[in-house]
Design a protein around this ligand. Structure first.
Ligand SMILES: Cc1cc2nc3c(=O)[nH]c(=O)nc-3n(C[C@H](O)[C@H](O)[C@H](O)COP(=O)(O)OP(=O)(O)OC[C@H]3O[C@@H](n4cnc5c(N)ncnc54)[C@H](O)[C@@H]3O)c2cc1C
Length: 553
């Protein structure tokens, strides 16, 4: 411990997207801010840098141009049907949900545009649902990809923070790991923690955890923006809900190691309440990264709707568990099969149009704002990073004929579980449904319906064909693993982002935003998400926390 206590108006713990948004607002109000992060400067921006930059907007100009009719009412219906709020402690999360849908249908667009953020013109359709109108999923496409992906989302906020640092309002402190909130007379008055050894680890790679000293800082307001728990698999398993079956023994990590969840317990110890810890958002289409950046690094396939989805034995997953329809229903089903992985079986024609990989580094065209490279997406062949996975990925099998493909699948699985007859029966049965433009097969129906949306027809959904048609080949199989990502529960907060105690009253002096606060309220998504709502949730709750703290100082 250095012995001296540094002071500022506010301390922000975590320099990810939520922390940047909160700090920028505080500085705009003329407040002095200490912005701390346990990682080195080159990891500034946190997970958002690695993200695909997908943003949820409602009734945007891009949607209208694509012929999509959306409204606040439809979006709220989808949000509530998806969230399934059913607990007394969902009172604040529900209010956050209403406020967030208002934001996404209103000011969010012009606010971000004024800061220079631009969007790719074709709106994506994530979490299509597959049930009834009042149930889970997006009734219409709402997933807007930021031009520049994750780095494009971080850039305006980093710019604001760096400009405020130059004006002497924000002081950035890297390698500062907060381990305690200082409580004085029932109020949070500062932070204590360890100074970690300087690190030159590349962005996303874990810096050393060697401690070289301690620090203490004091402020009237502390804003916790430390992210979720996705890289802490022990904590994920500990909080795994019974409704999702047994916790997976093997998981890939969809987030860097600094998403360790430590600040949740730290804030709880100071008197803050954690709610909905059992709500989380993990993907079922994870593939091992052949070129990993962080430990157990997995990439999520953002799939179009045509791949055939089989369990480890070769049986088709039941409706509505089609690619891109209902993430958690699929996860629940998989964990009840007794095997933790599944398979996509598809054709070259499908992979070319329908495989997108989530992550800024997997989309050099969109991330680099490279129009020439982007135009190659409409040419024959899969995008470069997808082809690289096909060639080098441990989970991919490619073959001209089905028996050979199945042999390769069996080799990859190595557990003797896959039954060749079951796979053959499922593929052939599905292919027989392709002779007409009408069918009894719900997934095939969904493929036909998707192509009524111009964006899907243009770049996202392959024209209906038989998987075994040699002209569409070769055949491809991909083993899909469980991939950790988002934490939907977290610190309980009111609409001013003030952290609440177990009795529902605010714990004076402390605010929370972003993933650590379940993106607002302690669980704005309820049980499930509509996608593209996480980055926006960081921005909305970070902005709210920054403004509320500034007003209270
Ligand atoms: C590959 C990928 C793709 C994604 N795609 C999308 C998408 O398209 N759309 C979408 O909406 N969302 C997406 N997300 C999710 C979204 O990026 C994250 O949920 C969001 O960025 C979380 O931001 P945050 O600021 O809350 O936390 P983080 O980004 O995790 O930042 C928290 C920071 O706090 C620091 N920290 C933690 N504990 C401490 C401590 N004790 N002391 C000091 N510092 C600490 C960490 O080092 C980190 O820098 C994606 C995420 C990933 C990884």
């Amino acid at each position: 411990m250095s012995g001296t206590v540094e002071r500022a108006d506010a301390i922000v713990v975590g320099a990810g997207l939520a922390g940047l948004a909160a700090a920028a607002e505080l500085a705009d109000a003329g407040k002095k801010v200490l912005l701390l992060d346990q990682e080195a400067e080159n990891s500034l921006g946190g997970q958002a840098f690695w993200s695909f930059g997908g943003l949820f907007f409602v009734d945007s100009p891009e949607q209208r141009r694509m012929g999509i009719r959306d409204s606040r009412e439809l979006a709220l219906q989808d949000w509530m049907g998806t969230a399934g709020f059913d607990r007394p402690e969902d009172a604040w999360p529900r209010k956050w949900a209403e406020a967030y849908v208002d934001f996404a249908a209103g000011e969010k667009y012009s606010w971000l545009r004024r800061m220079g953020l631009r969007l790719f013109p074709v709106v994506g359709w994530a979490e299509r649902g597959g049930s009834l109108a009042g149930g889970h999923g997006n009734s219409v496409p709402r997933f807007h990809i930021t031009w520049g992906t994750g780095p494009g989302v971080v850039e305006p906020f980093e710019r604001r923070v760096r400009a405020a640092a130059e004006r002497g309002l924000i002081s950035l402190r890297f390698r500062h790991r907060v381990e305690e909130l200082v409580v004085t007379g029932g109020a949070v008055t500062g932070v204590r923690g360890s100074l970690l050894a300087p690190s030159d680890a590349e962005r996303g790679r874990a810096g050393s955890r060697d401690v070289v000293g301690g620090f203490e800082m004091a402020a009237q307001a502390v804003i916790v923006t430390s992210g979720g728990i996705g890289a802490n698999h022990d904590l994920v398993r500990e909080n795994w809900p019974e409704r999702l079956g047994t916790p997976p023994r093997r998981m890939l990590s969809g987030v860097p190691e600094y998403v360790d969840g430590r600040m949740l317990a730290v804030t709880e110890k100071a008197g803050g309440q954690i709610i909905n810890p059992d709500r989380m958002w993990h993907y079922t289409e994870g593939i091992e990264n052949w070129d990993p950046i962080w430990a157990r690094h997995g990439i999520r396939i953002l799939p179009g709707p045509s791949s055939l989805w089989l369990d480890a034995t070769g049986r088709r997953l039941p409706a509505p568990n089609f690619p891109g329809f209902d993430t958690l229903s699929t996860l629940e089903h998989i964990m009840r099969t007794g095997h933790e992985y599944t398979w996509f079986v598809l054709s070259q024609k499908i992979i070319e149009k329908e495989f997108a990989l989530s992550g800024s580094e997997q989309n050099p065209d969109l991330t680099g704002k490279d129009v020439k490279l982007l135009l190659k997406r409409v040419l024959p062949g899969a995008p470069g990073p997808v082809e690289a996975f096909k060639d080098k990925g441990a989970d991919f099998a490619v073959a001209d004929r089905l028996p050979e493909l199945i042999r390769k699948m069996q080799e990859i699985a190595g557990d003797g579980v896959l039954d060749p007859e079951t796979v053959t029966r499922e593929v052939v049965a599905r292919d027989r449904e392709m002779a007409n433009s009408f069918t009894k097969d719900a997934q095939v129906m969904a493929i036909h319906a998707a192509r009524n949306y111009r964006g899907d027809k243009l770049i996202r959904v392959a024209s209906p064909h038989q998987i075994l048609d040699p002209k569409a080949g070769p055949l491809i199989a991909v083993r899909l693993n469980i991939l950790t990502r988002k934490t939907l529960g977290g610190l309980h907060t009111d609409l001013d982002a003030r952290v609440l105690r177990a009795d529902g009253t605010p714990l004076p002096g402390v605010y929370a935003a972003g993933e650590v606060a379940g993106f607002g309220g302690g669980g704005v998504h309820g049980y499930r998400a509509l996608e593209g709502t996480f980055l926006g949730g960081c921005l909305f709750s970070g902005r709210t926390a920054g403004r509320a703290a500034a007003a209270a100082l």
